[in-house]
Design a protein around this ligand. Structure first.
Ligand SMILES: *[C@@H]1O[C@H](CO)[C@@H](O)[C@H](O)[C@H]1NC(C)=O
Ligand SMILES: *[C@@H]1O[C@H](CO)[C@@H](O)[C@H](O)[C@H]1NC(C)=O
Ligand SMILES: *[C@@H]1O[C@H](CO)[C@@H](O)[C@H](O)[C@H]1NC(C)=O
Length: 444
């Protein structure tokens, strides 16, 4: 059980570290400790108390200074920045907040990238506001934790959008470009639909009889956040026919595995955003997902909590053959289990340690229930398609016996790449509507 406790604690720790609470702004010396950030953000210091604090007067004009391509805003130049920039992303931060410090180079990198892409990113700028210094702005935009990122569009000061992309430079650039872009393309013929679907690995197409309907709006809104996939809509019967769909349906087309996946709207014809989000995530992944830093995010944020892991040495033919054969099982258990393959030749010692597997054990399999932390395995001599299938069945039916290998957790496991990996994954997950994954972990 110890592995799991460690996992829970680390994830809980990361959850608390995701942002600093505004409650801390009178106690900067303790602000960096976990205990402190676990406080409820409702414990804010009362306004009266704050007003009595003196802040040194600095001359602030409407001039806008920059720090590494990021505009420095305050009460006197904020309105000007809004009026001069169509898409203005503002980071509200506290100088002592560890998460803000971590974001700073990422944010500056995003600002630099946007500057380079003058044409594609026209009208998009990044700015920051020190909320400790600029209390008025912090209050106006109801900043409760740091860093908070908000996008102001067309100078609208009343209804900024909360940033919901990945907290990486590339993630920010992608998210902003999609927000500032022309929106979801409309496919108006069977030919243009075929061309669109053919030109990307994954496309999500909404077929609606009315492109202004509530369902179509939900669909288009979702496209803003899925920057890794291409979205389009169509309202043309000829296109519906070609893809054998009825009006008001969504299909994800992909150039791998089964080629397409159809999403079902509710019986009343409602399109549920959460359901469609889970559907896209689940179906954008390969039947068996190669474990990598890049894919860790998708794996950990999946709504599917039982993961079947196959550890192979990709330079051994019989092992890659086993992987190929496993696809039939992955297909059988699709929607119930996530299948992941880890190649032991790609140095990932800490990841292997985490699962209690050594390079020499390949090929081997583990099943882990991410909700309970229970792990299951197959005796090394017995590994084949049938035993993997049987284990999957037993785990789903609750008859499999969990296996614990608590003695081999390296002392420093949480100082190594695993923690970094989880932390990386976490930052995007923390901004994800399905973040309850981690809340569940912390209860376990
Ligand atoms: C599509 O997927 C293949 C294989 O994974 C990859 O090599 C290629 O770059 C992808 N193409 C696009 C347009 O994303
Ligand atoms: C969303 O998915 C859940 C679980 O599959 C289902 O019970 C619910 O009816 C769905 N909601 C809509 C509006 O489709
Ligand atoms: C993978 O298999 C090859 C060939 O048998 C072997 O030389 C290599 O050491 C193995 N790699 C690992 C990491 O075990």
């Amino acid at each position: 059980m110890r592995t799991h406790t460690l996992l829970s604690m680390t994830l809980l720790g990361l959850l608390l570290w995701a942002s600093c609470s505004r409650a801390d702004d009178t106690e900067p010396s303790q602000a960096e400790t976990q205990e402190d950030t676990s406080k409820e953000s409702t414990e804010e210091t009362s306004a009266e108390e704050e007003e009595t604090k003196e802040t040194p007067e600095k001359e602030k004009t409407t001039e806008i200074e920059e720090d590494k391509d990021v505009m420095i805003l305050h009460i006197n130049n904020f309105a000007r920045a809004l009026s001069e920039n169509q898409y203005l992303l503002v980071e509200f931060y506290a100088p002592w907040c560890g998460h803000c410090k971590k974001l700073e180079p990422v944010y500056a990198e995003a600002a630099g990238k946007l500057k380079e892409e003058k044409e594609e990113a026209a009208g998009i700028r990044l700015a920051k506001v020190d909320v400790i210094e600029e209390k008025e702005l912090g209050d106006e935009f109801e900043i409760g934790s740091f860093p908070t990122l908000k996008l102001f569009i067309n100078g609208d000061r009343k209804q900024p959008l909360d940033f919901s992309g990945k907290r990486t430079a590339e993630g920010m650039v992608q998210w902003l470009k999609r927000r500032a872009g022309p929106g979801v393309p409309v496919l108006d013929s069977a030919d243009s639909a075929a061309q669109f679907i053919d030109s990307h690995n994954i496309t999500v197409v909404g077929f609606f009889d009315n492109l202004e309907s509530e369902e179509a709006k939900v669909f288009k809104e979702l496209a803003f956040d899925f920057t890794d996939s291409e979205f389009a809509v169509s309202a043309i019967p000829e296109v519906f026919q070609k893809y054998e769909v009825k009006a008001n349906s969504v299909v994800l087309f992909k150039k791998f595995d089964e080629g397409r996946a159809d999403f079902s709207l509710s019986e009343e014809g409602k399109l549920d955003k959460t359901n469609l989000t889970a559907f896209i995530k689940e179906n954008s992944m390969e039947l068996i997902i190669p474990f990598s830093q890049e894919n860790a995010d998708k794996i950990f944020s999946s709504s599917i909590k039982i993961h079947s892991l196959l550890f192979i040495n990709s330079s051994v033919k019989s092992q890659t053959a086993l992987l190929d054969e496993s696809r039939t099982i992955a297909k059988e258990f699709k929607g119930k289990m996530l299948f992941v393959v880890l190649d032991v030749t790609e140095a990932m010692t800490h990841v292997l340690d985490y699962f209690g597997v050594s390079e020499k054990d390949a090929p081997t399999a583990r099943v882990i229930n991410m909700e309970t932390g229970k792990k299951f395995n197959i005796d090394s001599g017995d590994l084949n398609i049938n035993s993997i299938r049987q284990l999957c069945l037993d785990v789903l039916e609750g008859t499999a016996k969990p296996y614990f290998k608590s003695e081999e957790i390296p002392e420093d496991w949480n100082k190594g790449p695993v923690k970094v990996l989880v932390a990386k994954n976490f930052e995007s997950v923390a901004l994800d509507p399905t973040k309850n994954v981690f809340v569940e972990f912390s209860h376990a």
